[in-house]
Design a binder for this molecule. Sequence first.
Ligand SMILES: CC(=O)N[C@H](C=O)[C@@H](O)[C@H](O)[C@H](O)COP(=O)(O)O
Length: 175
Amino acid sequence: MRTAVDVPVIGLWKDGPGPVVITPTSRHARAVAQAGAHLVAIDATDRSRPEPFAAVVAAAHAAGALVLADVSTEAEGKAAADAGADAVATTLSGYTSRTPKTPGPDFGLLERLVTRLSVPVIAEGRYRTADDLRRAYAAGAHAVVVGNAITSPLYLTRELARSVPAHADTNGVHS
Ligand SMILES: CC(=O)N[C@H](C=O)[C@@H](O)[C@H](O)[C@H](O)COP(=O)(O)O
């Protein structure tokens, strides 16, 4: 990937028994950095984890990469920036027991992080439409990460299927 594009590459390694699976240890961070990521995404939620977040950050930095902290709350974002994260992303809002999963992006968290932090804030998590992106940039997002809306055939098929008229049920077009 690093050799194929000239835009910043965010890398991560999902592994382990959880609950923290996004680049959970120094070993994972080093491997992602050595694979060529400019930024290593690391879970920075306050859940139980195999290694302190700051240690994983230090490993990524020592391997020459920047750190993108994936958080679910404003407090986690502040703690991550204080621990040395170079940027913070709203990635994990809706994926922890404390944060309800909204159908769309968590714009409220994005706005609070932008107001509170001096590091760049990246909008991530259920950003799917051009309007979502406009709203994120208007709120002060440094960048927007779009995942499933681009990469998931299942998500894209479901979205298109929502426009199939109800009579299609009778000939099996809807599942
Ligand atoms: C929660 C979690 O593990 N999120 C992951 C983070 O690396 C990815 O699976 C998501 O696709 C990414 O955050 C983008 O989000 P969305 O696919 O909603 O645009």
